[in-house]
Every structure is written in structure tokens, then in C-alpha cells.
Design a binder for this molecule. Structure first.
Ligand code: NAD
Ligand code: UD1
Length: 376
């Protein structure tokens, strides 16, 4: 059985679907601070198998001890964490407590239970402002520009240290580049509970009229069109990388680091243009000064993951944007289906069947869609 912390969050939910579909038993531990219990039902429908679910906190040591006693856990995928950069600047202690202390707590409970296989959701943010592009895993780790980034680097250091101190550990540090997109069914996706900070969730809310316009944070970077360049990766490809990494960790001890990216960067303007083409929507834009802490460009050398894990991203930008748009149209208020259908009391499983059917009907190739029409 695999314990997935944060398994009902955006990335964790996609990982759970892939793990269950691959025949694994899955136990999710999540305190639901940034997610919804409904996601467990959607994971179950998509995977055709139900994960066990415990609502709880990775900082709760007695709870972790009980979990490792009660369930036959072989490996842990540790996605639970806080991820809002701006919030981390305002509340750094909360970030260190969850992302660092929570990780230490989890590792202690694993060690006590004799479970030594751990896969960690890390981030390309640990590279800071890397001068070399593309970024490979041997690049010197930079100075993260915010407490969130520091907390991810600190957690990496904790896990790397324990793996080096005891040969029974197999630790994988997965450095995600920019995960976007959604499950192709339209049932799982990113559901920000506050105004989003990242490009794609914000762009989606502009497209549905929830935000007025998209600010382009700086058009004077030393990039081809002056806007920031990032390596966007489909969340389904990212999830697939976890299965390959877990398989590798079963056979190899020590600490292993892999970039999960596509190896291709897109600028903000390229993203907007591609989204307009895929969705048929018009995105009002305004240019603003650069965002503090932003870097000009960042894309991965995913070669190590290709060589060691036989993994590479296969979904292109259009698929990422189409799937993200489908998710947004089907769930304009995230998982809050009650808000979406205020006059119905249909159960969640009926809602899901309807959403899947309408998604199939709406997203035939080469059709231009109106966001408002898709949710009626
Ligand atoms: P998310 O917020 O959607 O998911 C995180 C999940 O963890 C949520 O369901 C939340 O309720 C849960 N959680 C938070 N604190 C917890 C705690 N103390 N105990 C138990 N559960 C807790 O975020 P995500 O985008 O799915 O990110 C997952 C992981 O990937 C995070 O660790 C994040 O730092 C990392 N990451 C994300 C991105 C990205 O762009 N989304 C990029 C790089 C790395
Ligand atoms: C941000 C975080 C990073 C985190 C990553 C994934 C900062 C400084 N960095 O990175 O720590 O690991 O998200 O969660 O917040 N952009 C706009 N307008 C917007 C939003 C973004 O122009 O409204 C631009 C940005 O300047 C950037 C690109 O779009 O060039 C991507 O931004 P974003 O999605 O926030 O990701 P990162 O900047 O890579």
C-alpha cells in the first residue's frame, strides 16, 4: 500500500488515479486545508478503485504512528504542503512548520515503522536564478527568493541527509517545473480557493470572467518576446513520472533527484496566444512591472529522468491548455458543485456522470466553445 500525503490536492489527486489504475492500494492522508473531500469520490470513479482516506495532518505524530501501525504501507509519496509564494512571505513560520517540520515528522514516523521508501514533491524553485539553461540536476542550488522556496530546499536537505545516513532509505526528490492542465475527463484539476497567483489558473479565471484581465508581469526580460519563459508540464505526465520513480526506488537505495519538465520553455505571450487558439476565447491583457522574485526563464533538462526512469512528458501544450480549459468550464467554482448547481440536490456520483458525458460531447476536436454555454 502506498501512502499519499496531500493526495486530494491538485497534483496528489492525479497521482492517486494513476497509482490506483496501476493496481496499487492507496491510502490518502490530507487535512483538506486546500482541497475538497469530493475529490476522493472523483478519484474513485476515474480509477475504478477506492483509495482509503484519512482526514488528518502530517504534523500529527501520534496519528502518523497509528497509520503506520494500522496499514501495510510500503512507500510514501509526500505531496502535502503549502505552496502559495506570497502567503509564505507573510506567514513564513506556517510554511516552515508544515513543509519542513511536517516532513521531518513524517520521516521520523516512517523510520520508526521501518518504511524507508519516500518520494517527495519538490520544485524547480530550489534552483533559484540558474544562469545555465536548460537546468539539469547537477546545477548548483540557488538562493530561493521566498520562504516557500526555502522550505522546499530545507525539506530536500532533511530527506537527502537521512538517506545518506542510513542505506535502507530510498528517497526520490522530484523537482517539478510548472505543472498545469487537468485530468482529460474534466473531473480533476486545480481549484484555487483564493485569487490565483500562477499564470494558468489566473488566465482561466479571466477567460470565464471571474477576473477582469491578465497582468503580464514584465515585458522587458532578456527573452525572445520580453516576457517570462517557463517549462509547463501536463499534470498527467507529472503523475506518470511518480510511478516510474517509485518503481526505481524499489530497486535502488540512496537519494535520487529528477527534474520533471518537458525541456521546452514557453513565454507568457506564447501561453496566452496558444490558449486563445485552443479555447476560442479572448484574453484582455495589460502589462505591469515585473513581479518581485521572478526569474526571466526556467526550463528543464529532463534527460536524467529519461535515462534512469524511462520517463518523458508526452502531452503537448495544446493538450495541457485544452484539458485545463475543459476542467475550468466544467467546474468554474472548483469542487463546490453546490454553488454550480444551486437548485439541484443530485448526488455527487450523478453529477460526475453528467460532467463526463457533457465533457465528451463538448470537446470534440475543432469546435469553438463558449465558457458560459458549457456549464448550463
Ligand atoms: P495543493 O495545495 O493542491 O495540494 C496540497 C495538499 O496538501 C492539499 O490537499 C492540502 O489540503 C494538503 N495539506 C496541506 N498541508 C497539510 C498538512 N499539514 N497535513 C496534511 N495535508 C496537508 O498543491 P499541489 O499543487 O497539489 O502541490 C502538491 C505539492 O507539490 C506541494 O508540496 C507543492 O509544494 C509541490 N509543488 C507544486 C507545484 C505547483 O505548481 N502546483 C510546483 C512545484 C512543487
Ligand atoms: C511560481 C513561484 C514558484 C513556484 C511556482 C509553482 C513566484 C515568484 N514563484 O513560479 O516559487 O514554485 O510558481 O507554484 O511566485 N505571470 C504573469 N501574470 C500572472 C501570473 C504569472 O505574467 O498573473 C508570469 C510570471 O511572471 C512568469 C510566468 O507567468 O513569467 C509563470 O508564472 P507562475 O505560474 O507564477 O510560475 P513561476 O513564476 O514559475
Amino acid at each position: 500500500m502506498i501512502l499519499v500525503t496531500g493526495g486530494v490536492g491538485y497534483i496528489g489527486a492525479h497521482i492517486c488515479v494513476e497509482l490506483l489504475s496501476d493496481g496499487n492500494d492507496v491510502l490518502i492522508l490530507d487535512n483538506l486545508c486546500n482541497s475538497s473531500r469530493i475529490t476522493v469520490e472523483r478519484i474513485t470513479v476515474l480509477a475504478g478503485a477506492r483509495p482509503s482516506f484519512i482526514e488528518g495532518d502530517v504534523r500529527n505524530r501520534p496519528l502518523l504512528e497509528r497509520i503506520f501501525t494500522d496499514y501495510p504501507i510500503d512507500a510514501v509519496v509526500h505531496c502535502a504542503g503549502l505552496k502559495a509564494v506570497g502567503e509564505s512571505v507573510r506567514e513564513p513560520l506556517r510554511y516552515f512548520e508544515t513543509n519542513v517540520s511536517g516532513s521531518v515528522n513524517l520521516c521520523q514516523a516512517m523510520a520508526d515503522a521501518g518504511v524507508h521508501t519516500l518520494l517527495f514533491s519538490s520544485s524547480a524553485t530550489v534552483y533559484g536564478e540558474c544562469v545555465q539553461m536548460p537546468i539539469d540536476e547537477s546545477c548548483v542550488l540557488g538562493q530561493p527568493t521566498n520562504p516557500y522556496g526555502h522550505s522546499k530546499l530545507m525539506a530536500e536537505n532533511v530527506m537527502g541527509s537521512i538517506a545518506r545516513s542510513d542505506p535502507r532509505w530510498s528517497v526520490g526528490l522530484l523537482r517539478y517545473f510548472n505543472p498545469i492542465g487537468a485530468h482529460p475527463s474534466g473531473l480533476l484539476g486545480e481549484a484555487p480557493t483564493t485569487a490565483p497567483n500562477n499564470l494558468l489558473p489566473y488566465l482561466l479565471q479571466v477567460a470565464t470572467g471571474q477576473q477582469k484581465e491578465l497582468s503580464i508581469f514584465g515585458d522587458d526580460y532578456p527573452t525572445p518576446d520580453g516576457t517570462g519563459v517557463r517549462d509547463y508540464i501536463h499534470v498527467m505526465d507529472l503523475a506518470g513520472g511518480h510511478l516510474k520513480a517509485l518503481d526505481y526506488l524499489q530497486r535502488n537505495s540512496g537519494v535520487h533527484t529528477w527534474n520533471l519538465g518537458t525541456g521546452r520553455g514557453y513565454s507568457v505571450l506564447e501561453m496566452v496566444n496558444a490558449f486563445e487558439r485552443v479555447s476560442g476565447m479572448n484574453i484582455p491583457l495589460k502589462t505591469t512591472p515585473r513581479r518581485n522574485g521572478d526569474i526571466a526563464q526556467c526550463w528543464a533538462d529532463p534527460g536524467k529522468a529519461a535515462r534512469e526512469l524511462s520517463w518523458c512528458a508526452t502531452r503537448n501544450l495544446d493538450e495541457m491548455l485544452r484539458d485545463a480549459w475543459r476542467w475550468q468550464c466544467q467546474n468554474p467554482h472548483g469542487y463546490e458543485v453546490d454553488n454550480l448547481y444551486p437548485n439541484t440536490s443530485e448526488p455527487e456520483d450523478v453529477t460526475m456522470i453528467r460532467l463526463v458525458r457533457s465533457a465528451d460531447a463538448l470537446f470534440r476536436p475543432n469546435t469553438t466553445r463558449d465558457a458560459n454555454k458549457t456549464i448550463t
